[in-house]
Design a binder for this molecule. Sequence first.
Ligand SMILES: C[S@@+](CC[C@H](N)C(=O)[O-])C[C@H]1O[C@@H](n2cnc3c(N)ncnc32)[C@H](O)[C@@H]1O
Length: 132
Amino acid sequence: MGSASGVIAIMADLLGFEAYGIEIDPELVEVARRLAERHGSDARFAAGSFVPSGYVWKSGTGDDRLGTLALGEPAYAELGCDLSYFDVVFAYPWDGEEPVLRDIMRRHGSAHATLLLHDPAARVEADRTRSR
Ligand SMILES: C[S@@+](CC[C@H](N)C(=O)[O-])C[C@H]1O[C@@H](n2cnc3c(N)ncnc32)[C@H](O)[C@@H]1O
């Protein structure tokens, strides 16, 4: 979710995962596609939003804006699958985006999926809330 230059998705593909990246910035998607080609990776990238259609964030504070998350058309149609297709979802969110990402996964992800969140202290947390 937010694959930027595609490094994580490309590494996942090279490790044997069927890997996809969704990125709102089309120029970064082009960078990611070129990087994948250069490294012989089959990782696929789509330009658009990882926020599923119809998703509404309820923060509990009354401020339901999505903060630093960019708004745009969901990219799942371009990928040909929705969020519930994925077993492992990785994100490196900006500060404050994390609760939204967890909520998106809870509501639209597979019950068996693992959400890997990389935080600014370079820790990666695996969230299996729904399957626990
Ligand atoms: C903190 S960067 C993480 C980049 C990369 N995943 C990494 O680990 O280095 C967040 C990325 O999410 C993208 N982004 C922000 N909102 C988005 C959205 N709604 N849908 C898709 N990508 C989004 C930004 O353009 C940015 O490239």
